[in-house]
Ligand binder design. Structure first.
Ligand code: ADP
Ligand code: MG
Length: 358
């Protein structure tokens, strides 16, 4: 039962594929048709759209893509007693053998936790549970409880030896902040293996583009405003992943009237409240976007910009940071592909300078 006065709101999609795109083939010479599949998985809604001349090929790619999501969900679910992650979390301090791709995904999450100095914290699950974000029965835990649970958190205490993972008793591993991105990359691969050259994947608001639109032009994505209905701008991209994190998507209002979001600062155990409204990361791979959108959101504007400057060449990603006071900080690369909505002209745009420390 939900405690009185606590409400939970869910707006499932952060990035909207603008209407019009889905019928983009009309009137063109080539005969690509749009084929779509929507379903619920990994606790979110997914829609995959494939553009192809061959109906059979498109439909079989869509079927295989959905199967792939189901397979990964079964491996990585925290709650399903048959999953690899469940086994790791219930190993009683002993090594647990997992599938190769689970081990790789765990390693990726740990590597990103290290890169971001723990802003991404894949062992935060006990704290997320105390806030009710894993069960949707939200509550405000006491500071004592949070501090005690933080003792069970620490990505640097996870042992990985090949496919053997060891967690201390009481610790929990969770791929909540990176799993959808990793799954998106796998679906892109499935599409490519099937010969699909034009597809758009919406994985609970993460968007991953396979190639470009059937006519060779970029996809135009709408970026949902963190301040309410509608979008604040559009972005032209091909062959890239675009992932947004923010506290406006999943949150609850506490009895104290404060809004508590689902992204938690592992340094404090409290939901992020640092002046950032949303962080969008654009890169080739969904998993990098997913890991970084969550962790840059935790870092706040200044540290997020510093992280981008330090890692942009090696990790090859771009960002759009939106602050609560309606400022947009974006990279030059993205500014050239971004259009601000007419009704958002009051939002100040700042282009991030890669060379200048600020
Ligand atoms: P979403 O899953 O809503 O698209 P994110 O990718 O940003 O958003 O992941 C947020 C989810 O990750 C939360 O719902 C929670 O389960 C978990 N989480 C919250 N804070 C952190 C954190 N600092 N590090 C790792 N995972 C987190
Ligand atoms: Mg994420």
């Amino acid at each position: 039962m939900k405690p009185d006065g606590l409400k939970r709101f869910v707006l499932p999609v952060w990035i909207i594929v603008l209407s019009g795109i889905l019928t983009a083939c009309a009137g063109m010479q080539r005969r690509e048709e749009a084929y779509s599949k929507s379903f619920f998985a990994m606790d979110t809604y997914m829609t995959f759209t494939v553009y192809d001349e061959d109906a059979k090929r498109a439909q079989s790619a869509l079927r295989q893509a959905q199967e792939e999501i189901g397979r990964l969900e079964a491996l990585w679910s925290v709650t399903d007693a048959d999953s690899d992650i469940y086994a790791v979390n219930h190993g009683g301090g002993r090594p647990v053998a997992v599938q190769e791709e689970t081990a790789q995904t765990i390693l990726f999450a740990l590597e990103m936790a290290q890169n971001t100095e723990g802003a991404l914290e894949p062992t935060l699950y006990p704290v997320l549970t105390a806030w009710g974000f894993t069960t949707e029965e939200n509550r405000i835990p006491s500071t004592e409880q949070i501090n005690k649970l933080l003792g069970q958190v620490g990505y640097d205490r996870v042992l990985v030896a090949g496919k053997q993972i060891t967690l201390e008793e009481g610790m929990m591993f969770d791929l909540g902040a990176v799993g959808k991105g990793c799954a998106g990359d796998r679906v892109v691969q499935v599409m490519e293996e099937r010969g699909i050259t034009s597809a758009l994947l919406d994985i609970g608001g993460n968007v991953q583009a396979v190639g470009s639109k059937p006519d060779g032009s970029d996809w135009r994505l709408g970026l949902r405003s963190p301040f309410g209905e509608g979008i604040f701008g559009t972005l032209l991209i091909s062959d890239l992943a675009v992932v947004t994190s923010g506290n406006y998507e999943r949150y609850f209002i506490g009895e104290d009237g404060v809004r508590y979001g689902h992204i938690i600062n592992p340094a404090t155990g409290y939901p992020v409240n640092n002046g950032l409204a949303s962080v969008t990361v654009i890169a080739k791979e969904g998993k990098l976007c997913d890991a970084l959108s969550t962790s840059l959101f935790v870092m706040g504007l200044e540290d997020a910009v510093a992280y981008w400057k330090e890692h942009r060449e090696e990790q090859e990603f771009d960002v759009i940071l939106v602050t609560e006071d309606r400022k947009i900080y974006l990279t030059q690369e993205i500014k050239d592909r971004f259009d601000l909505q007419k009704d958002c002209r009051d939002m100040e745009m700042h282009v991030l300078d890669a060379g200048k420390p600020d």
